[in-house]
Ligand binder design. Structure first.
Ligand code: ATP
Ligand code: TYD
Length: 239
């Protein structure tokens, strides 16, 4: 299947036709990038770790009646998904202040955010993904008012499900980003939910277990991605 030419190739994933209308194969590549693609590397097995964690989390969400594009894993770095009409929004949910929240506002890293904070960015690399607000989203007609409130509702429900899942595995879900698309008009979660798109801290040590390890050269990023994969797949590793 992956011998075909991709219909799209982004910074970390490539999308391939499957021969079936309405379905796509998402291949998680070993590329890792940060700071708008300024820092980039190839890390063997990184794609498979993100694919396996994404598949586990999409399955978990489906079990909680949260609709996603996920159909099934095809091999360890490829998943079959329903093709969506993607919405150009990066929907970020924050439980603890970190990253750009701390860089941009007078709040200390580690400050709990209760209720969680939703931030929505416009997915547009050329404009460096500017932050939106509800009025701008509606003025740009990116989604309807009904879709926007549904997106927020799904994002908060997803936060509850994922936070509990990781807490049970000794991991704090600090923040994460999800993307949405329309599946025959219904708003569902697409793209990925992985160590590239979540900020995870070890509940015991506070150590980063996500792409921040790569962004800020905090250690062996592949080993961290492997550990989160093992813990997410309940393969017994708790350290
Ligand atoms: P970014 O890193 O900013 O998300 P990118 O395009 O470089 O952008 P990749 O993850 O490499 O990101 O590419 C995956 C692309 O596939 C994204 O543009 C994403 O919106 C799109 N996509 C994800 N799921 C689906 C789907 N089910 N149907 C159609 N497109 C999808
Ligand atoms: P944020 O703190 O806004 O950005 P940065 O990681 O650059 O400090 O990110 C919040 C969360 O959303 C974090 O877990 C990473 C994820 N995220 C993405 O996956 N892609 C993005 O384009 C952005 C802005 C965030």
């Amino acid at each position: 299947m992956t011998q075909d030419t991709p219909v799209y190739s982004g910074k970390a994933k490539s999308l391939y036709p499957t021969g079936r209308a309405g379905e796509l194969l998402v291949r998680f590549r070993d590329d890792i990038t940060a700071f708008d693609g300024v820092k980039k590397d190839v890390l063997t097995r990184k794609g498979s770790y993100n694919a396996q964690v994404s598949a586990r989390l999409f399955t978990l969400l489906e079990e909680h009646q949260i609709r996603t594009h996920f159909i099934r894993l095809i091999d360890e770095c490829s998943m079959l998904v329903r093709e969506l009409e993607m919405v150009p929004l990066e929907v970020i949910v924050r439980n603890i202040a970190a990253g750009s929240m701390v860089r941009n506002y007078p709040i200390e890293e580690g400050t709990p955010l209760d209720p969680p904070v939703i931030v929505i960015d416009y997915k547009d690399d050329a404009r460096h993904d500017p932050m939106l607000n509800d009025d701008i989203i509606l003025a740009l007609k990116i989604v309807t008012a009904e879709e926007l409130s549904l997106i927020k509702e799904i994002a908060l429900k997803t936060n509850i499900v994922l936070s509990r899942f990781f807490a049970e595995r000794g991991i704090t879900l600090v923040d994460f980003k999800i993307e949405f698309g329309r599946d025959n008009g219904t708003m569902v979660i697409g793209d990925e939910i992985s160590m590239d798109s979540m900020r995870l801290w070890d509940a015991g040590s506070g150590a980063s277990l996500d792409k921040d390890v790569y962004r800020f050269d905090k250690g062996d990023v592949l080993e961290v991605y492997r550990q989160v994969t093992e813990r997410s797949l309940d393969r017994g590793e708790k350290t």
